[in-house]
Design a protein around this ligand. Sequence first.
Ligand SMILES: NC(=O)c1ccc[n+]([C@@H]2O[C@H](COP(=O)([O-])OP(=O)(O)OC[C@H]3O[C@@H](n4cnc5c(N)ncnc54)[C@H](O)[C@@H]3O)[C@@H](O)[C@H]2O)c1
Length: 368
Amino acid sequence: MTQPTRIGIVGCGSVMQRPYMRLIQPMRAVGTVDVTIACDVREEVREVVQDRLGIGRFTTDYEEVIDSEEVDVVMVLTSMREHGPITRAALAAGKHVLVEKPMAVTLEEAAEIVEMARHSSGLLVCAPHVVLSNTYQTMWRHIHRGDVGKVLMARARYGHSGPDWRPWFYLEGGGALFDLGVYNITCLTGWLGPAKRVMAMTGVAIPERVVGGEMMRVEAEDNAHVLIDWGDSVFAVVTTGFTMQKYRSPALEVYGSEGTIQMMGDDWNPTGYELWRNDVGAWQIHEGTDRDWQWTDGLRHLVDCIRNDKTPVVTPEHAFHVLEIMLKAQESGGDGQSKTIESSFTPPSFEEEQEEVAPHKVHDWTQR
Ligand SMILES: NC(=O)c1ccc[n+]([C@@H]2O[C@H](COP(=O)([O-])OP(=O)(O)OC[C@H]3O[C@@H](n4cnc5c(N)ncnc54)[C@H](O)[C@@H]3O)[C@@H](O)[C@H]2O)c1
């Protein structure tokens, strides 16, 4: 395929205007992709989209993007409740789709999407794309080669003080699990495979917040501890919330019978990993193992798969499993009972060695 892959974008807010366009513009410059149309229900972003981002067509109706003959890939970058309906419509029209997390806010809707993706002519890539980072994949190899022995437990953490630009993050269909915990749960299930049971404490720790300059009441959980069970007494805890100002702890820690491996930074932006092996008797520190990786990389991956006829390693089945864990964690937070996880998936395998890369950059989450 020598023509650019044509992208239509639905949702032109914070992540579209900065992180995704930062990935797209260099790909556009070399003719790998073109952005033929963008859509947002807010008419006021038309000028930014057309003048600053250089996208010729703008619409307030997402059907126009989905129906366009000039679109190969639909990117769904709206607020969360809209993801499901737009993704379904795009798959039904035979488009390739990249959808931000979560793929949908109910399991019924997500199940329909997974089923549609199996039969659609388009590929579906669901964020987060954390399994694509070199650090994640290198850690996968250490874990699967038995460098830390049999995995017995894990801890994961991601949080910050909370988005301040849009109220939907704090309303039903939003929340810290869908926004933040999702990264941790994707990594843990990617490494350890499908989970069997979940139990959680979830709640609203800060009931009122100033968002977009106005005071609002918080409905969705902003504070959560989630316990995940893989069977055979293998457990992990995920600590997440819009309740953390700063931290200096590892993002993920995996404890095995013969050692420990931990990811530094955040799992969407790893800064390296640290490995303890009993047989070595020392910590091995690997810094900057993701020099060029960006958390938006799922788009580059999707375009690569389309252009080179490959199957994406980021699968809808994995995203569905993660969604089931999050929804059941919310249920468990409500009634205090543990919940059985019914779905399963085949985690991506990364047997092939990749070259480790040199130290690089430090981000903070506000720069996404
Ligand atoms: N903000 C982050 O740091 C971040 C990071 C990673 C992923 N994400 C994900 O990216 C998505 C967008 O986040 P954001 O921070 O850019 O939110 P945002 O609110 O800034 O942007 C979403 C945009 O979608 C538009 N929109 C809503 N419904 C629409 C519809 N039916 N048709 C067309 N446009 C519609 C809104 O008007 C808004 O401009 C979310 O799913 C979020 O989980 C966000």
